[in-house]
Ligand binder design. Structure first.
Ligand SMILES: C[S@@+](CC[C@H](N)C(=O)[O-])C[C@H]1O[C@@H](n2cnc3c(N)ncnc32)[C@H](O)[C@@H]1O
Length: 238
């Protein structure tokens, strides 16, 4: 969970009272000490599905944050790994970490919005980890279309997601309660802070990916506890 030198409760509340972008700028130096940084086990499972070291030319990590996925992607790339994120603070943190990561592929960062994809047919692989909660449900089709645009024909969108917990499970009600509180916050306060739980879930996301022209494969049971409910999705652009 939260580590000793991570953000205080007050800092997290202050972050949630500004825009998503500004909130991440504020928390960036302490972000890796929070549970919001995607655990290495998940990034390693994604990397394993993508393939061996130097098996692809170029990869894009969307909403790269401090570089959790890019650190693993770099070794898989022969040429370049690119991180897209709208937070200056998060990209600065990522630059240090990914620059020191295993591999010799060029490391590039681009400031941009995941909903206004600035790339066209450039990547063999795109990933996105720990950030689907920042995409509103009504924006998911546009988000997927943007990923498809960034990929070369035959390129793959590889990510991990979960299934909705049973209604009887406390996690279901905690997430729904958090989402209700965020909707109230966003109705009352501008700019909005977009963060919702239980989004982009399997199997709902399968039909959205297929509608956008992907062939979809799912790897269930790859991860061990406590991530054993996570599914690694490997979606190939036709
Ligand atoms: C929870 S962090 C996850 C960071 C990293 N991928 C990880 O898993 O550790 C979410 C990141 O998404 C970025 N982000 C959120 N919405 C975005 C958008 N619409 N366009 C670009 N970046 C976005 C934030 O700035 C932040 O760095």
């Amino acid at each position: 969970m939260f580590q000793k030198d991570g953000p205080s409760f007050k800092e997290l509340i202050e972050q949630a009272l500004v825009s998503t972008q500004r909130g991440y700028d504020m928390i960036a130096p302490k972000f890796d000490k929070t549970p919001f940084r995607t655990p290495d086990e998940i990034c390693l499972a994604i990397a394993k599905v993508i393939g061996p070291e130097k098996s692809i030319d170029r990869a894009l990590d969307v909403c790269c944050g401090t570089g959790a996925a890019m650190i693993r992607l770099r070794a898989l790339c022969k040429k370049e790994v690119v991180g897209l994120d709208f937070s200056d603070g998060m990209r600065e943190e990522a630059a240090r970490r990914v620059g020191a990561a295993n591999g010799d592929a060029k490391v590039t960062f681009v400031k941009g919005d995941a909903l206004a994809m600035p790339f066209d047919s450039e990547f063999d692989v795109a990933t996105c980890v720990g950030a689907f909660g920042h995409i509103r449900e009504e924006e998911e089709d546009a988000f997927i279309t943007g990923i498809a645009k960034a990929l070369k024909p035959g390129g793959r969108f590889v990510f991990a997601t979960g299934m909705e917990p049973p209604v009887a499970h406390p996690a279901f009600w905690i997430a729904k309660g958090f989402n209700a509180a965020m909707r109230v916050r966003n109705a009352l306060l501008k700019p909005e802070f977009i963060m919702y739980y239980l989004t982009f879930l399997w199997p709902d996301v399968k039909s959205k990916l297929e509608a956008a022209g992907f062939d979809v494969d799912a790897r269930i049971g790859m991860l061990e506890k406590p991530f054993d409910r996570m599914i690694v999705v490997d979606a190939r652009k036709k």
